[in-house]
Design a protein around this ligand. Structure first.
Ligand SMILES: [Fe+2]
Length: 341
């Protein structure tokens, strides 16, 4: 059993948390109402909660209540067991760096959190089945999720960061997924029981997570998915291999539209200044007062409003086209072309 650690305050807390994430991919700490790190605070003000915990301003935060409701069919809204998977919805071409689960109320029976570290899993696969190990880095495939499908290798660079992508249910007819499932089924995940106020923080690009079925009492958690400017550490050899594969794929896909390349994880990274400006716009949209932003960034307020107007006009123009339906088809074709090439 992992004993939750006590938050030592803002000067040492984030560094300890990042150290633990680097060492084993997850950390469990006791929520602290005095430090505004309670689960209720995660639900009320997710952006500032994530900033306090991680010690840096997030690029984006997604909040999701995890609570069984009558008729709920998703894992978040039901009491069924959730198979091991990653949360791989993308922002700026990458899945969330960190998943935070804040426990308001545990279940009376069951509901344990399951975690599996993909780095030792990959090392075991490399020893036992080198061909599968190679395929996990090289085979571009369609990986289906409730939020939409992810296209690319299982282990790949996404926005420059190494990320493992794994769906809770293996797609039928996918040989790589079937072979990988045999290794995952034979693994022994870590199991954690979160108590009231406990916070579980997970490196979401490294760890698979799942949940035991539960019953009795209204189990309630708040899940935050956090995209950060800082990249968490990853094994150099895996990063180098993924970079080599992405480089070769990028050359083969040089003529593909940028939208297609982007969804394959091959998009050109935006200039840092563009990302900083997008961050400011997102802060405005979530309600940070423009005067506060202008003073902090030392830019005139009218400039902030011009940025917001430019970002929303670009978003409106992008949304005017019927991109959604066409794009999955284009990706399937692009992958087939890569296979033939
Ligand atoms: Fe999940």
């Amino acid at each position: 059993m992992t004993e939750p650690w006590i938050w030592p305050g803002p000067s040492r807390g984030p560094a300890r948390l990042l150290d633990e994430l680097a060492a084993r991919g997850f950390s469990v700490l006791r929520g602290d109402a005095c430090s505004m790190l309670s689960p209720e605070e995660a639900a009320r003000a997710p952006w500032s909660f994530a900033e306090r915990l991680l010690g840096e301003r997030p690029l984006l935060v997604e909040r999701q209540p995890i609570k069984a409701v009558p008729g709920g069919r998703s894992f978040a809204a039901s009491a069924v067991a959730a198979p091991l998977h990653t949360d791989s919805q993308c922002f700026a071409g990458a899945p969330p760096a960190v998943q935070i689960l804040a426990c308001i109320r545990p279940a009376e029976r069951g509901g344990g959190c399951l975690l599996l570290d993909t780095w030792p899993l990959l090392a075991a696969i490399e020893r036992a089945d080198p061909e599968l190990f190679r395929a996990l880095f090289t085979v571009y495939r369609r990986i289906p999720f409730v939020f939409g499908d992810v296209f690319g290798p299982t282990m790949a660079l996404r926005d420059g960061a190494l990320a493992f992508t794994h769906a809770p249910v293996a797609p039928p007819g996918d040989a790589v997924a079937a072979r990988l499932a045999r290794f995952i089924d034979a693994s022994r995940p870590i199991e954690l029981s979160l108590g009231p106020s406990d916070l579980l923080v997970v490196d979401n690009r490294r760890m698979l997570h799942g949940r035991r079925a539960f019953e009795g009492g209204p189990r309630e958690l708040v899940r935050l998915l956090v995209w950060m400017g800082t990249t968490l550490p990853s094994p150099r050899a895996y990063h180098a291999l993924a970079a080599e594969i992405a480089g070769a794929a990028s050359r083969r896909m040089a003529a593909a539209p940028e939208a297609t390349r982007r969804r394959l994880g091959l998009g050109a990274p935006p200039p840092p200044e563009a990302r900083r400006r997008l961050g400011l716009v997102l802060e405005m949209l979530r309600g940070v007062p423009p005067g506060v932003l202008a003073a902090r960034e030392r830019i005139p307020e009218p400039q902030l409003y011009r940025l917001r107007d430019a970002a929303l006009a670009a978003a409106e123009a992008a949304l005017a086209g019927g991109v959604e339906g066409a794009e999955d088809g284009a990706l399937v074709e692009a992958i087939a072309r890569m296979d033939r090439g």
